[in-house]
Ligand binder design. Structure first.
Ligand code: UD1
Length: 415
């Protein structure tokens, strides 16, 4: 059944393991286009978006296989197709990151233009402008963007905004460009650093990833390697949010506190205690959370992907909190669903004003996207009666065995 059924739960107890980061795994898979041979990725989450990226690579002629050990192997032949079809790009915008590797290796790429989604308008102008700076040229027709180049040449690129996707696309193009590329105002997310680490292992020369200035010295060719994906900080945050509303004491196995610094600090303000643990992150919550103000920002700021979870926590916290969205426009669609569960959230432009209530009230709600869907499940844990979260397939795009993992902590969630 494509729904989660949730009942009031808590306190939560036990250990839950986070999977590899979706937002890293997808880009590492795309990066395999850069070198012929067999690439092996460990800790790749078993989620629908990874299956979609595998389908996209297969449609280009690569062989993608999940082994019994859990490892994902990607076999990249000499010749591959250079087109990303609409059916796949429409389902997953992250498909756009094949553009950089294809241009770098084959001098051509044809990728369907991603449409809008629940996050509002998401253009790709920065991706195209920075690849143009390296010597690619683009035309758009019939819903596709078509890129060509006679050979990429390193350049200095100043990004207007530290876009994650644009940084990744230009990074994957620059590793095989002639000469030096400098990316300024680059995105600093841990997933960018993970991609750079993978590329360097493949033989690339990338310096400074994880900071605002990335320097790339182009190399002639790359080789396939093995790599382990960084843990998913958004998944880790999801279990912390569940703990926040239910109370209890848990260990989030594999969570990297150093990748979630600002979040952990905010959660501390709200009354959730965390500390490093040999297996990951230990966390404890007792009594009602306290409200706080939060602004989303590019890393190391509070990620926009945490926002639905934070809104759920603020919905049942003591006091009033204001959440300001600075990364995407229109990413408040699920607020009406939380309000149908008794939350008191008012949205004014890119701010949400949340007046905490003691408990929510179970209701049928619809998951609009991955993280908001997970946040509605978390809301159900502190809602009287039964909450049914419809369209669970959105959650499957980013979470592996979500209900199993929550049940392991003692939460009453079934599929
Ligand atoms: C990635 C993440 C997503 C996360 C987001 C911000 C993946 C698969 N997705 O998305 O979960 O919420 O980072 O942390 O990794 N923009 C432009 N022009 C462009 C590119 C982006 O205007 O060419 C704008 C976007 O509309 C948005 C902002 O820049 O307002 C940030 O977007 P970006 O960092 O590129 O997000 P994604 O890479 O799409």
């Amino acid at each position: 059944m494509d729904r989660f059924v949730v009942h009031p739960s808590g306190p939560l107890e036990g250990t839950v393991a986070v999977a590899g980061a979706k937002n890293s795994a997808l880009k590492l898979m795309a990066a395999s286009l850069l070198a012929e041979g067999t690439h092996v990725l460990h800790n790749v989450p078993r989620i629908a978006d990874v299956d979609l990226m595998a389908d996209l690579l297969r449609s280009m002629g690569l062989a993608v296989e999940r082994h019994l050990t859990g490892a994902l192997s990607i076999d990249r032949p000499d010749e591959v197709g250079t087109e990303a079809p609409w059916e796949l790009v429409e389902k997953m915008r992250a498909s756009i990151v094949v553009l950089g590797p294809l241009l770098a290796r084959h001098g051509e790429a044809r990728v369907a233009l991603p449409g809008g989604d629940d996050f509002g308008h998401r253009p790709i102008d920065m991706h195209l402008a920075s690849l143009e700076a390296l010597g690619a040229s683009f035309t758009t027709a019939h819903g596709f963007v078509e890129g060509r180049t006679d050979g990429l040449v390193g350049a200095r690129i100043l990004l207007e905004f530290p876009s994650v996707g644009a940084t990744e696309n230009v990074l994957m193009a620059a590793v095989l460009a002639k000469g030096e590329t400098v990316i300024e105002n680059a995105a600093r997310e841990p997933e960018i650093a993970d991609l750079a680490a993978y590329l360097n292992r493949m033989g690339a020369k990338v310096f400074g990833a994880g900071s605002s200035t990335i320097v790339v010295e182009g190399v002639e060719e790359l080789v396939p390697v093995e790599h382990t994906v960084v843990p998913d900080r958004i998944e880790a945050a999801t279990f912390l949010a569940a703990l926040g509303v239910c109370g209890g004491e848990i260990v989030v196995q594999g969570a990297r506190g150093d990748h979630m610094h600002m979040l952990v600090q905010k959660l501390g303000d709200m009354g959730l205690r965390t500390s490093p643990h040999p297996d990951g992150l230990w966390a404890m919550a007792r009594g009602r959370l306290r409200a706080t103000d939060i602004a989303t920002l590019p890393y190391p700021g509070i990620a926009t992907d945490y926002k639905p979870l934070l809104l759920t926590m603020l919905s049942v916290a003591e006091g009033v909190g204001i959440v300001t969205e600075n990364v995407f426009s229109g990413r408040f669609r699920y607020v009406q669903e939380l309000n149908r569960m008794g939350a008191q959230i008012r949205v004014e432009d890119h701010h949400a004003i949340v007046r905490g209530v003691a408990r929510l009230s179970g209701a049928p709600v619809r998951a609009p996207d991955i993280r908001a869907g997970a946040a509605l499940v978390v809301a159900g844990l502190v809602a009287d009666g039964e909450t049914v979260v419809l369209d669970a397939h959105h959650v499957d795009r980013g979470y592996e065995r979500f209900d199993d993992k929550l049940r392991g902590l003692g939460a009453d969630v079934t599929r």
